[in-house]
Design a protein around this ligand. Structure first.
Ligand code: NAP
Length: 273
């Protein structure tokens, strides 16, 4: 039986620490959330993030502009000294506006790493907030005392929101990372030979028993709708769990830590301003 690496204890520990930090601040830490449209996934994330932030003592200001006003709303947020962090729920309906929005946001308020300056900071290794989900993987591994230095990690997925930044964060911690993608050859062998697998693919139950080996730690970032209509990860939990040493569940794994990391970034942004 594998150890189940649940996200809730990680999020609770972070919440407790952040609540005392928020109370010591001289300003009210404030997060702006920009949501365009009424996508149910965006609304659900906004609700979760708001609950987490308010519990900690972070004020949340919500903006729901139509696509043509997104850029002016971001300008307004940049100029408002009472707002310390801004989360723009993506993807936006218009790719061109999304690109402009990503460059317009003030990097010091970029708590989910959407600007290229923030991404550069993650790659250089200093001075910016990593994407919340990528950072949530690291928080989870640290909370459960999983050593990273010298370990071989297979990261499956190379997106700018998860695969690439989490690979950089792991390298910063002296792990040896193999970043895999859809054209990787012998993926199952690379995964089986690693100490830790981070799956960020977006394909339900893709990582099955042939990808895993005894003693491994498996972090499943995927959130997919399974053929049974239930949420599931990129890892086939029922196949992997009896084999590996530790594994995150979906739901209630990495996803549960993401909003706590968002709150952490807002507090840090408020401390810096
Ligand atoms: P994405 O942008 O679609 O990227 C998927 C990556 O997986 C790509 O790099 C792609 O390779 C790779 N891939 C696709 N099929 C593959 C295959 N057969 N073998 C190996 N690699 C393959 O997805 P994302 O935004 O990174 O999200 C990944 C997953 O995380 C999704 O399920 C998403 O819902 C979930 N997610 C979770 C959270 C959370 O809080 N837990 C937050 C955000 C996203 P190529 O580059 O070659 O195309």
């Amino acid at each position: 039986m594998a150890e189940i690496l649940k996200g809730a204890p990680v999020a609770s520990a972070l919440t407790e620490r952040l609540t005392s930090q928020a109370a010591e601040l001289k300003v009210v830490p404030t997060l702006a959330i920009v949501r365009v449209g009424d996508n149910p996934g965006d609304i659900s994330y906004e609700t979760g993030a708001t609950k987490r932030c308010e519990k900690i003592g972070i004020e949340v200001r919500k903006f729901n502009p139509d696509p043509s006003s997104v850029l002016s709303v971001i300008k307004e947020i940049n100029e408002d000294t009472n707002i310390h962090g801004c989360l723009v729920l993506r993807p936006l309906p218009d790719k061109n506006i999304e690109r402009e929005a990503c460059e317009l946001l003030a990097p010091e308020k970029d708590v989910d790493c959407m600007t290229s300056k923030s991404l550069a900071g993650v790659f250089i290794g200093e001075g910016s907030f990593a994407p919340c989900t990528a950072q949530a993987c690291i928080e989870l591994l640290d909370f459960y005392g999983i050593e990273l230095e010298g370990r071989n990690v297979a990261v499956v997925g190379r997106s700018l929101v998860i695969g690439k930044p989490v690979s950089m964060l792991l390298q910063r911690r002296n792990a040896t990372v193999t970043m895999c993608h859809s054209k990787t050859k012998n993926l199952s062998e690379i995964c089986r030979a690693s100490d830790i697998i981070i799956a960020a693919i977006g394909k339900a139950n893709f990582i099955g028993s042939e990808f895993v080996a005894p003693g491994q730690v498996v972090i499943d970032v995927g959130i997919n709708m399974g053929s049974d209509g239930k949420l599931c990860g990129d890892v086939n939990f029922n196949e992997a769990e009896p084999i590996v040493k530790a594994i995150t569940p979906v739901p209630a794994g990495v996803g549960a830590v993401t909003t706590a990391v968002l709150a952490k970034h807002v507090i840090e942004a408020a401390m810096l301003q």
